[in-house]
Design a protein around this ligand. Sequence first.
Ligand SMILES: O=S(=O)(O)O[C@H]1C[C@H](O)[C@@H](O)[C@@H]1CO
Length: 653
Amino acid sequence: TTVSVSASASHAIPTTLYGQMFEDISSGDGGLYAECNNFLFFSALLFTVRKLVLQNRAFQQVTPNTADALNAWTSIGSSASITVIADPSPLSSALPNSLLLSIPPDASGELGFANGGYWGIKVAANTDYTASLYYRLPSALPNGAGSPILTLALQAEDGTRLAAHSTPLLVNATEGWTHISAVLTPIETPPSTANSFTVTVAGFAPAGLEVHFALLSLFPPTFKGRVNGMRADIAETLAEMRPAFWRFPGGNNLEASGQTTATRWQWRNTVGPLTERPGRVGDWTYVNTDGLGLLEYLLWCEDMEMEPFMAVWDGYSLDGTSITGAALEPLIAEAIDQINFVIGDPATSEAAALRASLGRSEPFALTYVEIGNEDNVGRAPGTYASRWNSIVTNLTATFPQLHFMATSLTTTPVLTPTPQIYDIHLYQTPKFFSTDSFFYDSFVRNGMTFFEGEYAATSTNNSNLFGTPDQGRLLWPTVAGSVGEAAFMTGLERNADIVFAASYAPLLGHVNGSQWTPNLVGFDAGNVYKSTSFYVQKLFSLNKGDEYLPSTLPNSSTSGTLFWSVTRWNSTGELIIKISNSAASPAEMTFVLPFETVTTMGTAQVITGAGTASNTPEEPNLVTPTTAQIPTGATFNYTAPAISVTVITLSVQ
Ligand SMILES: O=S(=O)(O)O[C@H]1C[C@H](O)[C@@H](O)[C@@H]1CO
């Protein structure tokens, strides 16, 4: 195959082209959000359903006095009993439940309870873990009752105490809640992640003891040291691909927790002190703490130098109900407040004043606001057109500087005002992606632009893209899937005059229990797993170029297996040639460049392997990119390996 490259660019490659979409789908709580103390997921693993009922750090949205409400917490000491209760004087109205520790008379020893985190807690020596909790005594201790000692600790699987902080229980804490916070710094690294956070009491009165506990938290060091921030190893992995934008809070998890209108994602419940965040049953079958909330998302975008692509709820719930007409008004007001929390002026907007009160008077940068998620015809009760009209007419009047993204099909329903942007989602087979990178070539150029907000090869079975593994579902990205995605992405670059942003979905998933596979990045308590698709996203994002050079078109028929794109960094003239070869045999290519002086040595970064190969927790680095110097020139040959992605970079004067 000979590829002749044009010297003049046809269009710019937008800086926003490669980014990340995020929603809490076994990805926030227990993942990117660094709180260790927590849930076990309802993990509807695709081929089995392991119902590990959630129990969270603050007993949010659980039923008191049930075993389920305790599942992630276990008692320490046979005579200690623990129960989640609806506290008669709760920590806050947002957190009405607490854990009651009851110790009978004449008990002895260290008694209390433990949390095992999310299938473990990673503990490393000389690392600071911030433990905190609230407690209160329902009744004063009898005088002469001694001074019970409360200990917060990190404990290894074999019971070794790795770090501890003890403090006397304030026996006069009966009126209200006492907040304890301590830094635990282990001196040794335990052999595994099967560690626990423990809360124990000793030295209590012979008369026994009752203590209420609430909002028990354990944080490891976070990305950029942000309080209530992100788990550093996961954050650093995501930062590796230098994403240009961050879509949040969903995805389905925007729309409906519990599949009903009443429990949608509500921004106000996700900001302010953690004691004021009630949490909610997310759409992926587990309780979200909402400790990762709107302000944390916005600060994260700034820390990562990403543009927020923020969604507002648009009245549609996944149970098919939707709010229309006048009932939309409070919803539109809520969306206006949400946007004002981000960009408003504290002097004129209550929501912006709330932001200022939380320490951020300056507005955040915001350009794009998405109206709902996948509010397609067929899924929704066909009311998107009227809801879009009401919402966007109002929001455009209030925020004329913002760009609003529609989430329905581009062909139907007809929307007014005409959307400037559509968010298109595409889940398909590796073969689909590796044969059809011309998805956008036929789109009319009429000023409309597109956000390829979710795409991934999910299954080898084109008649069942979301089934179980034995039906073809991918548990992990495969080389064939990643090669397909790369072919598709060369098409995004060729059409970057109308495609301004794209992101693989889902971004993150806990490998011990999740509601979706494959995910771009996997993780467990101790590790982060980079998939072959992650490496494709990273290679394309880091070698984007800023202008597209037309070249000989690939074979666009379904027999096509070889796709490429040529871009350039305008400032340096450096060329980037991205190639996807899905064929089982190498592809001989000749590149003809219209430049006088082309370096004779270029760099080729290659991802290749068996089509079914994946990086897994067992073999996390089975397939990683290799880098080689290759002979180049004004005309040069390159052999694209079978089932491979190549990114060639070469300087051109
Ligand atoms: O069940 S789906 O609708 O396919 O869910 C998909 C589409 C939705 O936007 C996202 O939340 C989810 C996985 O990325």
